[in-house]
Design a protein around this ligand. Structure first.
Ligand code: DQA
Length: 147
């Protein structure tokens, strides 16, 4: 089972970026936590981060045929058409993750172009959202169920 964990713009600054909103963990800390959980679950994970929309599309395309995608597209969540198109094109089973509870924040963060093509969305649980996404993908992929 192979899962791509993909992070978008400004998430490379986690740890120092508005820690009261996004938490004190760096992206490297989150990667270690996810890799440990993945190892326990027998999942192969790849990590990528980019501040550029086209790069995110390239990485999604390069992982066509993988079993799952955990995606925090950062601010592109609210604007991108190309990223959801890439998900539709590759048919990657996607869990959308946001560290902060976007629904408690500015109105522009309430809309996601990714949610309509995602299996589901986890918001507001900080780094734990990535771990939950991994557990959910593992459950669905091992059970072979759809819902
Ligand atoms: C975010 C929420 C987005 O609105 C914001 O632009 C981000 C991070 C989150 O993880 O809470 O960069 O995706």
């Amino acid at each position: 089972m192979r899962v791509l964990v993909l992070n978008g713009p400004n998430l490379n600054l986690l740890g120092s970026r508005e820690p009261e909103v996004y938490g004190r963990e760096t992206l490297a800390d989150i990667e270690v936590l996810v890799r440990n959980r993945a190892q326990a679950l027998g999942i192969e994970v790849a990590f990528a981060q980019s501040n550029h929309e086209g790069d995110l599309v390239d990485v999604i395309q390069a992982h066509r045929g993988w079993d799952g995608l955990i995606l925090n597209a950062g601010a592109y969540t609210h604007t991108s058409q190309a990223i959801p198109d890439a998900i539709s094109a590759t048919q990657l089973l996607t869990v959308e993750v946001h560290l902060s509870n976007v629904f408690r924040r500015e109105a522009f963060r309430h809309h996601s172009t990714i949610s309509p093509v995602a299996w589901g969305c986890i918001v507001g649980f900080g780094f734990r959202g990535y771990l939950a996404a991994l557990d959910l993908l593992h459950g669905r992929l091992t059970e072979g169920t759809v819902g």
